[in-house]
Design a binder for this molecule. Structure first.
Ligand code: ATP
Length: 450
């Protein structure tokens, strides 16, 4: 799909969001700041503010809950970012983790050759250099001596931490095929053309799972299809619209060096369709390579068939930051409530940074004290905001803008009968309920168990 087609289809879905509006909201309300802002920022790195970190934690929690804790066939792991440099020889990253880079001879800008069409500079029409391969791994040194022998790399993916721990898992956890090992953590890639806000950055976080299956094409196909579908439905579950999500199988020419087949889940960003998550068939490539380079066997013994073999792998790999971008773009909405325009982030309640805001209607008559007591009680269960400044309508809108799903107002009647109004962000409907029932009512409405 061309960019203009994608844009018109974004328009077709009537989404009010643009990248600019989202970036502004993120900065204004404290979701995402440019990193090292006071020094003018550092090439495409970002810092998550007080609301951004809550959203980020919720996205990771949602993934961990559904991928690890609610399954009996997946275990968690947290491997170090710095790994033995042989890892990257074995995995093929030193050799093959490269992008083709071209420079414009006129304006000196750099581009990924596979991201441009034609043989002229997309910015100024100037002549381009021949493509050179550029390795994306960040290098540093371990210990005081800065020489070849002490070179280490910041991991470009979390997956290798899982493969090098294969024996540890099999030996200690009594696992049976098929089983998966999942990990969330930082990855680093010296991207040639980062951009589109947190879509492509040089430091980012990944959520990856390596699912080991019996080494035959039938098992591989079955589980590959299972995970593509599971991951697709996961995004729907947390609020992504079906129209904005699609599956795209890779052509043979674009497969990564380790892949026997990949399907991307693509999201309709304001700049067009782009990768959100990749699901790849890695075969036994990684275990074979690590066996060869480490001299370890890295096989699995099948009790049933009495055979030894290296399992094949299906890998769903998702960026935390990219998932946040998709959820924020999807949540962004503008509407009119009581003749006033509002921005409302329609986050799934499980992902919303703040779950409930507490407001005293008036700053007198004991209402603020009562409201503080309600805040304290609710804070035992959820992140809570408290606001007593300005008109009640303005206070509601401030919370709508950051996606707080529920508002609790303490008014004159509260002082008599210990009831409050509970307001719903999306419908703006209010219901009167006893304070004693608030926490359980809000819990039920968030729907943690779903
Ligand atoms: P691309 O071809 O766009 O560079 P990729 O296919 O190399 O990406 P994978 O190696 O499949 O990406 O990484 C898995 C997931 O990690 C991606 O789907 C994306 O969500 C996330 N990711 C990868 N690179 C970045 C990055 N530079 N910034 C943010 N997220 C990233």
């Amino acid at each position: 799909m061309s960019l203009s087609e994608a844009q018109s289809s974004v328009a077709g879905t009537k989404r009010p969001v643009t990248m600019e509006k989202l970036v502004n909201l993120c900065k204004r309300r404290g979701f995402v700041f440019p990193s090292s802002d006071i020094y003018g920022g550092l090439g495409s790195t970002f810092d998550y503010g007080p609301l951004g970190i809550e959203l980020k934690r919720n996205v990771k929690e949602a993934w961990w809950r559904d991928m690890v804790q609610r399954r009996s066939d997946v275990l968690g792991l947290d491997a170090a970012i710095l790994m033995h440099p042989r890892t990257w020889e074995a995995s093929g990253h030193l050799q093959s983790f490269t992008d083709p880079l071209v420079d414009c001879k006129k304006c000196k800008q750099r581009f990924r050759a596979d991201h441009i069409t034609g043989d002229r500079c997309p910015e100024c029409g100037g002549e381009l250099t021949e493509a050179r391969r550029f390795n994306l791994m960040f290098k540093t040194f371990m210990g005081p001596v800065e020489d070849e022998a002490s070179t280490v790399y910041l991991r470009p993916e979390t997956a290798q931490g899982i493969f090098v721990n294969f024996d540890n898992i099999v030996d200690t956890q009594r696992v049976k095929l098929p089983f998966g090992v999942a990990q969330i953590g930082k990855s680093f890639r010296n991207e040639i053309t980062p951009g589109n806000f947190i879509f492509r950055t040089r430091e980012f976080e990944q959520m990856e799972m390596e699912f080991f299956v019996r080494p035959n094409a039938e098992e591989e196909e079955r589980w590959f299809n299972f995970w593509v579908e599971f991951r697709y439905n996961w995004f729907l579950k947390y609020g992504v619209a079906r129209d904005h999500l699609r599956m795209r199988p890779h052509g043979a020419e674009e497969l990564s060096h380790y892949s026997r087949g990949t399907t991307d889940l693509e999201f309709l960003y304001p700049f067009g369709w782009g990768e959100l998550e990749g699901i790849a068939k890695r075969g036994s490539y990684d275990l074979d390579q690590h066996a060869k380079y480490s001299g370890r066997d890295l096989t699995y013994f099948d009790d049933e068939t009495k055979e030894r073999f290296r399992p094949w792998v299906i890998e769903p790999a998702l960026g935390v930051d990219r998932a946040m971008l998709a959820f924020m773009l999807e949540a962004y909405d503008e509407d009119v409530v009581e003749n006033e325009e509002r921005i409302v982030m329609r986050f799934d309640a499980r992902l919303a940074p703040i779950k409930v805001a507490v407001f005293p209607l008036l700053r007198k008559g004991g209402q603020p004290e009562k409201a503080q007591a309600v805040r304290e009680e609710l804070q035992r269960y959820f992140p809570v905001a408290y606001d007593q400044a300005g008109s009640i309508g303005r206070r509601y809108r401030r919370q709508d803008e950051i996606g707080t799903p529920f508002g609790v107002t303490i008014d004159h009647q509260t002082m008599d009968d210990d009831t409050v109004t509970l307001r719903d962000r999306d419908s703006t409907q209010q219901e009167r309920i006893p304070i004693a029932r608030l926490a359980s009512e809000i819990s039920a409405r968030i729907g943690w168990h779903r």
